[in-house]
Design a protein around this ligand. Sequence first.
Ligand code: SAM
Length: 294
Amino acid sequence: MTAQLRSPPADAELQLTEADFARIARIAKAGWGLSLDSAKRPLIRSRLGRRLKALNLASFDPYCEIIESGDTVECDHFITALTTNVTHFYREAHHFELLESEVLPGLIARARKGQRVRLWSAGCSSGQEPYSLAGSILALAKDAASLDLRILATDVDPTVLVTAEGGRYEAQSCVFPSPALEARLFNKPSTPPEAFRTIRPELQPLIAFRRLNLMQPWPFSGRFDVILCRNVAIYFDKPTQTRLWTRFSEALNDGGSLLIGHSERITAPAEHALEAVGITAYRKTGLLPTTAPR
Ligand SMILES: C[S@@+](CC[C@H](N)C(=O)[O-])C[C@H]1O[C@@H](n2cnc3c(N)ncnc32)[C@H](O)[C@@H]1O
């Protein structure tokens, strides 16, 4: 009898052995760069346990075989189960202050001269980061949508992108550092307040949401003026982070900005091409050594 034909065990009986966990961690690292530490074992047992139940599988072995076979539907469930999508509007607000005072005015001036300006929210989760960025841009330039100035917002998890594209959020999750920032993104709540709020429609044309696994080749021809990749690389190990910083610095225009999460640090060799200009904020000033890992 194969594992698939046995009846699935009750939740409490489902075993995620050390070998199962090591196999899942290997798959997550090889495919998506995710570094799973053993503290996450109970969480992974519970989240993937639901998938075993849905597929009527009795153990993790056949489940891993499905993922290793590249089954696209189940790989989507797998990545949704493994990613952490916590985010909020104007998170790490000092980055938006820096952008509004030092970076965006110059980029808007360039766009008004007819030049192309591109910003990238890499690991955008459910969209709060790119919508905050669009709010900063529109606060400085009401005409932004008529310029060649756009935000690319990407994530590997298909479920968060559905929310991001819809721009519809649970009202209680719409928390802002100030009412002025809130008013950039949402109209005043109705009375009585509704359970969900929808992003102001003028923000959406500035953003293109796309699915992208940062570990794979990036299908872009042009470079970016600003890249935000915040609270994403913390889920990768150091060599994977180092390669990512190198790739970001190559994807930036000279003088372009890279903003990373509060607990992340740029390391060599990318640090030779990126000058620190604020808290976890960098500007591209030079070229990378040709020996940098890619
Ligand atoms: C904690 S959220 C950060 C969201 C936002 N940048 C912020 O700082 O609020 C991390 C996001 O990174 C995404 N992510 C993880 N691994 C990824 C990968 N290999 N490629 C692209 N996105 C990835 C996750 O799906 C998740 O939505």
